[in-house]
Design a protein around this ligand. Structure first.
Ligand code: SAM
Length: 280
């Protein structure tokens, strides 16, 4: 059967390179190249951009990104068994795919990419969440990336885009929405993957804002949000007691009822509280 790029279908690639999925590496592969091209398009206009792909596996999304016109894809894969399959893709797209072998959590990838780059990945959710938090907390803002297009299990995706008052609302939502526009752009059933995972998945697209939505010191904001949501059932005057002296008056100055719970409070009010706490 003809494919989008003339390379063999992914089932054949997996058979030829004996890439039986390994559970400990979170391997649930996307084998439909039309679907991976669609996910690549969700990353926006790729022409003229470097794209960092973490966890390319047999290369379904990689092929989507290249077919959709990415200038240069840097793909980091931990599983050495995938490297020969990825080398075949690199040969079909001369000069446009660099494959790095290693653990993305332990590598400095910035030197391999021209900023602002885009990120696209279908990762095991624990690795994805850890990397997301790192991408969201660089030393300086705006970051070196312009957008992140990431597959997560649906429950994690919902935590990233959650609004106040919902069960999913917490640290991840506030961290993501403080300096990014975050949206769920695609939902996928388990059968979209081989082997099928137990849960539904979703693609989240995050675009870096040029500046935070509301001014705040990142460390102070993080301290407040962490304390507030670590004891999310408690009133803020209790959960934030250790954050700053006289917290009740500071909450009132920020227009937050001291009896409210963290999950009822929006980003703007948390940022105002962070400014009041930082002012002492
Ligand atoms: N992108 C492919 C796709 O969509 O079919 C593979 C997705 S599979 C869910 C996750 C991939 O991430 C696997 O190939 C796995 O080996 C790789 N991986 C897992 N942990 C990793 C890590 N820490 N660094 C780099 N790659 C990792």
């Amino acid at each position: 059967m003809a494919t989008i790029d003339g390379l063999p279908p992914l089932r054949d690639v997996i058979a030829a390179h004996e890439l039986s999925a390994k559970k400990q590496l979170g391997q649930n592969f996307l084998l439909d190249l039309n679907l991976t091209a669609k996910i690549a398009r969700l990353a926006g206009d790729l022409a003229g951009h470097d794209v960092l792909e973490v966890g390319p596996g047999p290369g379904g999304l990689t092929r989507g990104l290249l077919a959709e016109g990415a200038r240069h894809v840097v793909a980091v894969e931990k599983d050495a068994r995938c490297l020969p399959a990825l080398a075949e893709i690199a040969a079909a797209y001369p000069g446009r795919l660099t494959v790095l072998h290693g653990d993305a959590l332990e590598m400095d990838l910035a030197p391999h990419l021209a900023a602002p780059w885009k990120v696209a990945a279908n990762l095991p959710y624990n690795v994805g969440t850890e990397l997301l938090v790192r991408w969201l907390t660089p030393a300086v803002w705006p970051p070196q990336w312009s957008s992140l297009t990431l597959m997560f299990q649906k429950e994690v995706a919902e935590r990233i885009v959650a609004r106040p008052g919902s069960k999913a609302y917490g640290r991840l939502a506030l961290l993501a929405q403080w300096r990014c526009e975050a949206r769920i752009v695609m939902s996928l059933p388990p059968e979209a993957f081989t082997p099928a995972p137990k849960v539904h998945s979703a693609v989240v697209h995050l675009t870096a804002l040029p500046a935070p939505r509301f001014e705040a010191d990142g460390a102070v904001l993080n301290r407040i949000v962490a304390a507030g949501f670590n004891q999310r059932r408690k009133m803020l005057r209790v959960s934030l007691k250790g954050v700053a002296p006289g917290i009740e008056a500071k909450l009132e100055a920020a227009g937050i009822p001291p009896t409210a719970r963290a999950e009822e409070i929006g980003l703007e009010a948390f940022c105002l509280l962070a400014r009041i706490v930082a002012a002492g």
